[in-house]
Ligand binder design. Structure first.
Ligand SMILES: NC(=O)c1ccc[n+]([C@@H]2O[C@H](COP(=O)([O-])OP(=O)(O)OC[C@H]3O[C@@H](n4cnc5c(N)ncnc54)[C@H](OP(=O)(O)O)[C@@H]3O)[C@@H](O)[C@H]2O)c1
Length: 355
C-alpha cells in the first residue's frame, strides 16, 4: 500500500508528448504541482499549451531540462516528489538505427530515471508507461496466447532489433524497470500498458506521436482504396491519462495494467468515422485483400513486410482488460467517440483538409 501525498510535487518525464499532455492536464485540473521534465523547456511550440492549461487550473507547472540519455538530468525535477510518472520514450517508426534511435533511449532512459529515483529519498512510487507492445508483437500472438487472449502474465518474445524494434524497446525497457524495482525497497513500481492510443491531441501541430500519423493516413486518401483488416487494440488517450492517475494515486495499485478499451481492427477504426466524415474525407470503406497487401505492401511502406502482413492482417486482436477495471475502477470511452474526437483534432489543426 503506497499512499501519495497530493500536496507534494509530482514528476512527469516527456511531458510534451501526446499521452503525457493529457496526464499533465489531469494532474493540473486536480490541483497538483507538476514537475515537467522535458528535452527543451524553451520550445514554446511544445509548452505554451501546457502553460495555458496550468493558468486555467488549480495546479501549477514547473519545467526542468532533462534527456533520457543524459545521466543525472532528472535529479532536479525529481526533488521532493513522492510520485514519478515516466512516460518519455521514442514512439517512432521512421528509424535508421534501431539500437541508437529506440533501444538506447528506452532502456538507458528508464535506467537513468530509476537510478535517480533510487537517489531521491522522497520517491515512493514510479509509474512507468510501458505498452501492450511489451506483451505481444503481432496480432497472431493473441491466438497463440492461453485462451486466445493477452493478459498481464505474458511477455513479448517475438520482437527483436530486426523485427518490430519499437516493441522490442518497450519490452526491454519494462523488463529493466522491474529488475530495478525488485533490487530495492524504497519505491514501488506500477506499469501502465496501453494498446494503440487514439483520441484528440492537445497540441496536434507539435506532437509527433505515431498515433497521429497513422490516424492522418486514414483521412488523407492513403487508404481510400481500402484498409488492412489488421487486428489491434485501441484506447482513448484521455482514458490512458486517467489510468496513469489512478495507477499513481490508488494505494493498492500493483504490477502491470493492460490499458485497452476495444478489441478492434484497423479497418473498423476507419469505418466508424464514415457516418460523420465519410462525405468529406476519403476514408477507407472496405478491407484490402491480404494477397494484394502481400504483393504491394512491402513496396509502399517499409513497415509492411510480408512477415508483418502475414502475422497481422485478418488476425483478430484480443486482450483482457479486467485487472484495470477491477483494481482501478477504469471504464473506457466508446471507439466511435475516440475516433471522431481524434479526427476532429487533425481537421482543426489543418493537418487534414476536406476533398
Ligand atoms: N501512442 C501509442 O499508441 C502508445 C501506446 C502504448 C504506449 N505508448 C507509450 O506512451 C509514451 C508516450 O508516447 P506518445 O504516443 O505520447 O508519443 P510522443 O508524443 O512522441 O511522446 C514521446 C515523448 O518522449 C520524449 N522523448 C523521446 N526521446 C527522448 C529523449 N531522448 N529524452 C527525453 N525525452 C524523450 C518526447 O520528447 P520531445 O517532445 O522532446 O520529443 C515526448 O515527450 C511512450 O512511452 C510510448 O511508448 C504509446
Amino acid at each position: 500500500m503506497t499512499q501519495i501525498d497530493p500536496s507534494k510535487p509530482v514528476m512527469v518525464t516527456g511531458a510534451t508528448g501526446y499521452v503525457a499532455n493529457w496526464l499533465v492536464k489531469k494532474l493540473l485540473d486536480e490541483g497538483l504541482t507538476v514537475h515537467a521534465a522535458v528535452r527543451n523547456p524553451d520550445n514554446q511550440q511544445k509548452v505554451a499549451h501546457l502553460n495555458e492549461i496550468a493558468a486555467n487550473s488549480k495546479g501549477s507547472i514547473h519545467y526542468f531540462k532533462s534527456d533520457l540519455l543524459a545521466p543525472g538530468s532528472y535529479a532536479e525535477a525529481m526533488q521532493g516528489c513522492e510520485l514519478v510518472f515516466h512516460t518519455a520514450s521514442p514512439f517512432i517508426t521512421d528509424i535508421k538505427d534501431p539500437q541508437k534511435d529506440l533501444i538506447d533511449p528506452a532502456v538507458k532512459g528508464t535506467q537513468n530515471v530509476l537510478e535517480t529515483a533510487n537517489n531521491t529519498p522522497s520517491v515512493k512510487r514510479v509509474v512507468v508507461t510501458s505498452s501492450c507492445a511489451a506483451i505481444y508483437t503481432d496480432a497472431i500472438d493473441c491466438q497463440n496466447a492461453p485462451n486466445g487472449t493477452l493478459t498481464e502474465d505474458l511477455w513479448n518474445t517475438t520482437a527483436s532489433l530486426e523485427y518490430q524494434p519499437y516493441s522490442y524497446s518497450k519490452t526491454l525497457a519494462e523488463q529493466k524497470a522491474w529488475e530495478m524495482a525488485e533490487a530495492q525497497s524504497q519505491w514501488d513500481l506500477v506499469t501502465v500498458n496501453p494498446c494503440f492510443v487514439m483520441g484528440p491531441a492537445l497540441n496536434a501541430k507539435a506532437t509527433f506521436s505515431e498515433s497521429l500519423s497513422i490516424l492522418k493516413q486514414l483521412g488523407d486518401g492513403t487508404m481510400k482504396m481500402g484498409a488492412p483488416k489488421m487486428g489491434v487494440g485501441v484506447v482513448d488517450v484521455r482514458d490512458v491519462a486517467e489510468a496513469h492517475f489512478k495507477a499513481g494515486f490508488t494505494p493498492a495499485a500493483k504490477g502491470r495494467y493492460i490499458t485497452a478499451g476495444h478489441n478492434t481492427d484497423f479497418l473498423e477504426m476507419g469505418t466508424v468515422l464514415l457516418p460523420k466524415y465519410g462525405d468529406q474525407y476519403p476514408l477507407p470503406k472496405k478491407a484490402l485483400p491480404k494477397w494484394l497487401l502481400m504483393l504491394v505492401g512491402p513496396m509502399t511502406n517499409k513497415l509492411f513486410t510480408r512477415r508483418f502482413i502475414k502475422n497481422n492482417v485478418n488476425h483478430p486482436w484480443k486482450a483482457d482488460n479486467s485487472k484495470i477495471k477491477n483494481d482501478l475502477g477504469m471504464s473506457f470511452r466508446p471507439l466511435q467517440t475516440t475516433m471522431e474526437d481524434a479526427f476532429q483534432t487533425l481537421i482543426d489543426a489543418n493537418i487534414l483538409t476536406a476533398k
